[in-house]
Structures are given as structure tokens and as C-alpha cells.
Design a binder for this molecule. Structure first.
Ligand SMILES: NC(=O)c1ccc[n+]([C@@H]2O[C@H](COP(=O)([O-])OP(=O)(O)OC[C@H]3O[C@@H](n4cnc5c(N)ncnc54)[C@H](OP(=O)(O)O)[C@@H]3O)[C@@H](O)[C@H]2O)c1
Length: 273
């Protein structure tokens, strides 16, 4: 089954690959991102301006998108992260991450849920992350936003059920797709930071893992295949075998043991000053 799908954050990375895979799978795709200007369907995809942090922009996007087709599915990929220590990441930087990653989804859902209710159902897909299940040093704002999505999605799953609204969390591991433009460093993370060495180790590791991450094309196609099903799973983890293992182990090991394992993975002990 396909139909009309709205995709947020579809201008780059996993959102772009997902939108393209959905289109290839026969969906009518209405894509949103800040960098889009209203574009006709030259390649079949409708692209509309959307800033998920701005109520008016979300409202304008939904009104316009509706004229092309009400959403049988909404796929929310818009996201960003700020790298930094808990101590030095400013409240405003936390706010920006939460506003984009979490509240952006809340805003979109508040517009789309009444439409889906009226039409007797729909599918809401929200991009979480492995970070929605476990923390990583210096990705605290991002991790908090993805944990918020996970908790919120559990509530939505229960609330949407009587109206035929299905919910799916996508939990990608590292993929070679993200742009550095969406991964700024917190302003305070200079060489003078008391966390400078550990921060350097962790951010190098994060960069390495993303650069050598999984293929975003494969992820897009997996989502397109899953979304065609009548019943979709609540969680769709798309990650390498070691990341699957890390999530599994995280569930059973004591928190401090997990933290020690992850810390030693991200921060090279022998190099410490
Ligand atoms: N890459 C990975 O390894 C990975 C792993 C786990 C989870 N994820 C999740 O997957 C999703 C996509 O990440 P990515 O790394 O592939 O993408 P990305 O290349 O970093 O792109 C982010 C997308 O979000 C859009 N965006 C950012 N702020 C926005 C806003 N305020 N309003 C509307 N759109 C906005 C950007 O478009 P504009 O700038 O044009 O608005 C862009 O299309 C995110 O939710 C991310 O957390 C990614």
C-alpha cells in the first residue's frame, strides 16, 4: 500500500534518501526543508519550504501540502545536533536542539493528527537514533532530544490506536550521510575547555564512525519497504551489528558498567594527559 507521504528534513542526508526511496516505491512525496523554495514536481517530488521550529512555517507548510494530498504517512527526519560538554553547552544551544528535533515533531504531529483521525488512519514515522536509547559523551543535547522522542512516541502509539494511527520510531546507527553544517560545536568548546582532550577524542571518534557508517540508500529503501506494509513495527532499528549489540547489552548491564564501556570506546585512555 502506498499513497501520499509528507517528509520533513528531506533536503539532505537520511531524509533525502528516504524521500527518494519512497518516491521510487510509488509514494507521492511532499518534501519539506528550510532550504526548499516552492518547487513544482519536475522530478515528481513536491518540495515546500518548512522550518519545523517556526509555528507559522509549519502551519503554512501543512496548508500548502494538503492541496497536493493529505498525508497517508508523515516521515519526520528534520534534525540537528550540537556537540559539547554538559557543563559548557549553553541553554540556548540545548533549546535549539530540542526545538528542532523534538518540538519540531510535536508541531508537525499536532497538524497532521486531526487529518489522519478524520480520514480514519495514517502512519507517523519519527527519526530517533541509537542515541534515543543510550547516551554518548558530548552528544548530550541530541541524546536528550532523542530520548524525548522515544517517550513521546510511546504515548502517541497508545493514543493513536483507536483512530487507526500507527507510529514508528526509526533508530538509525551511524550512517555516512550527516552534514557538518548540522553538527556545530557548542560555542564554549575551545582549547581552553577543561574537557578539551576528552572532547577531541570523542568528536574524532564520532566523526570517524559517521564517515565510515552504513549506507543511507539502504536505510531509505528499508523504510520504504516497511512503510508499504499494512502494519508497521513500533521500532525499526537500522544499524550495524556492533551497534545492535551495544543496544542489547545496554539493556541488561548496570548503568555504570555501560558507561565505562562507552567511555573507553570514545575516549582513548592511554593518550590522556
Ligand atoms: N546521520 C546519521 O548517522 C544519523 C544517525 C542517527 C539518527 N539520525 C537522524 O536522522 C535524521 C537525519 O539526519 P542526517 O544526519 O541524515 O541529516 P542531515 O544531513 O544532518 O540533514 C538534516 C536535515 O534536517 C533539515 N532541517 C534541519 N533543521 C530544520 C528545521 N528547523 N526545519 C526543517 N528542516 C530542518 C535539513 O534541511 P534544511 O537545512 O534545508 O532545513 C536537512 O534536510 C535526523 O533526525 C538525525 O537525528 C541520523
Amino acid at each position: 500500500m502506498s499513497g501520499t507521504v509528507w517528509v520533513t528534513g528531506a533536503s539532505s542526508g537520511l531524509g533525502l534518501h528516504t524521500a527518494m526511496a519512497l518516491q521510487d516505491a510509488g509514494w507521492k512525496v511532499i518534501a519539506g526543508a528550510r532550504s526548499f523554495r516552492e518547487e513544482g514536481p519536475a522530478d515528481g517530488m513536491i518540495r515546500l519550504t518548512l522550518d519545523v521550529t517556526d509555528e507559522e512555517s509549519v502551519s503554512a507548510f501543512c496548508e500548502k501540502a494538503k492541496t497536493y494530498g493529505r498525508p497517508d504517512a508523515l516521515v519526520q527526519c528534520a534534525g540537528m545536533l550540537v556537540l559539547g560538554s554538559c557543563e559548557e553547552t549553553a541553554t540556548e544551544e540545548f533549546r535549539r536542539v530540542m526545538d528542532t528535533n523534538f518540538l519540531g515533531m510535536v508541531r508537525m504531529n499536532r497538524h497532521v493528527l486531526p487529518m489522519m483521525r478524520e480520514q480514519g488512519g495514517g502512519k507517523i514515522v519519527m527519526f530517533s537514533s541509537i542515541n534515543g536509547l543510550m547516551g554518548v559523551p558530548f552528544q548530550n543535547a541530541y541524546t536528550a532530544s532523542k530520548h524525548a522522542i522515544e517517550g513521546y512516541a510511546e504515548c502517541l502509539l497508545m493514543e493513536g490506536k483507536p483512530f487507526g494511527i500507527q507510529v514508528m520510531l526509526v533508530e538509525p546507527g551511524d550512517h555516512r550521510s550527516g552534514s557538518d553544517a548540522y553538527r556545530p560545536h557548542a560555542k564554549a568548546m575551545t582549547d581552553a575547555s577543561p574537557y578539551a582532550w576528552e572532547y577531541k577524542c570523542a568528536t574524532e571518534k564520532i566523526h570517524h564512525d559517521e564517515t565510515n557508517g552504513s549506507d543511507p540508500d539502504v536505510l531509505g529503501r528499508k523504510i520504504a519497504r516497511t512503510l508499504k506494509k499494512k502494519k508497521i513495527p513500533f521500532r525499526k532499528r537500522i544499524a550495524s551489528a556492533d551497534q545492535h549489540l551495544a543496544v542489547y547489552v545496554h539493556r541488561f548491564l548496570p548503568a555504570k558498567v555501560n558507561a565505562a564501556i562507552l567511555r573507553s570506546y570514545y575516549i582513548r585512555k592511554k593518550d590522556r594527559a
